[in-house]
Design a protein around this ligand. Structure first.
Ligand SMILES: NC(=O)c1ccc[n+]([C@@H]2O[C@H](COP(=O)([O-])OP(=O)(O)OC[C@H]3O[C@@H](n4cnc5c(N)ncnc54)[C@H](OP(=O)(O)O)[C@@H]3O)[C@@H](O)[C@H]2O)c1
Length: 277
């Protein structure tokens, strides 16, 4: 069952304890990569680790723990990863959620924005030198078709004035594409690519976690296909700053291609998480 196609490649996948992140971790392990997943619940993480090892036939799988909505835990995760691994070939920013009611994290950030956007932003930045040193390397950011309904309102990024779960979710998924595009621009010439994707409607725990009825969708294995394509296919070697659906390039909404907004969001995010230039 286990093959050696990806032997020597280190892949870090956030939110690998469930849904499409777990399916991606399992398949990358099956193809022989060194897989590092992240989890937030120690018991669930232990259980899923054992399951992935068994199903993939690989022992080269590990998990690190972090609640990614908390920026100190994102920092600790990056530090732990750096102390244990000496390269990073594929980073999959995947952990995300929708919150029907507004809540704030320990840092005082609205939780959707913190988990879905700031965690992608901070983790990637803290590992950027490792990615560049490992080039060719790939950063993959899981967005959603919901980005089409998103807005980046710099006057109310924390949605203090008006909150809706899907509204904040759409904003954060638009932020994912803008982040991915700005990252691609900044990484031009380094051999590190950055692409975003919509996995399709996938039947995962996402809806349960959000406390809403399931909406149907494809299996997590099918939902992981575009992520796996971007992580492994030679077809996308060197391809960067694009958005994918069903393993095909698609045009994201015009607002996701506004590079002035992308730069401004980058700067504002850097300031929020205390990241200097
Ligand atoms: N499902 C869909 O139809 C769909 C469509 C478009 C986009 N997406 C995107 O796909 C990504 C994955 O979602 P999914 O459908 O696979 O959902 P899921 O089954 O709920 O999996 C989400 C993963 O993220 C982790 N996570 C959630 N909150 C976290 C936190 N605060 N700290 C650390 N990890 C956390 C979860 O950990 P636990 O196992 O501990 O809960 C789990 O591993 C998300 O970015 C989502 O926006 C999904």
């Amino acid at each position: 069952m286990h093959s050696n196609v990806l032997h020597g490649n280190v892949c870090l996948i956030t939110g690998a304890t469930d849904g499409i992140g777990k399916a991606t971790a399992r398949e990358l392990a099956r193809q022989g990569a060194t897989v590092v997943g992240t989890g937030r619940n120690p018991e669930k993480t232990e259980r899923v680790l054992a399951e992935i090892k068994r199903d993939s036939g690989s022992d080269d799988v590990n998990f690190l723990l972090a609640d990614l909505a908390e920026m100190d835990q994102v920092r600790a995760l990056a530090a732990e990863f750096r102390s244990r691994y000496d390269r990073l070939d594929v980073l999959v920013n995947n952990a995300g959620a929708m919150f029907p009611t507004r809540g704030e994290t320990v840092d005082g950030f609205e939780q959707t924005f913190a988990l879905n956007h700031l965690a992608y932003f901070l983790l990637t930045n803290l590992l950027l030198d490792m990615l560049i040193a490992s080039a060719p390397a790939r950063v993959i950011s899981v967005s959603s078709d919901s980005h089409r309904r998103g807005k980046i309102n710099f006057n109310d990024l924390q949605r203090k004035r008006s909150y809706s779960g899907w509204g904040a979710y759409g904003d954060s998924k638009l932020a994912n594409v803008l982040f991915s595009n700005e990252l691609a621009r900044r990484l031009a010439g380094t051999g590190v690519t950055s692409n975003a994707l919509h996995p399709g409607l996938v039947a995962t725990n996402f809806f349960d976690n959000a406390g809403i009825p399931p909406m149907g969708g494809v299996t997590p294995e099918d939902g992981a296909e575009t992520m796996l394509y971007l992580a492994t296919s030679p077809e996308v070697e060197g391809v960067t700053g694009r958005y994918y659906v069903d393993s095909r390039e698609r045009e994201p909404v015009a607002a996701a291609q506004d590079m002035d907004v992308a730069r401004r969001l980058w700067d504002v995010s850097a300031e929020m998480v205390g990241l200097g230039e």
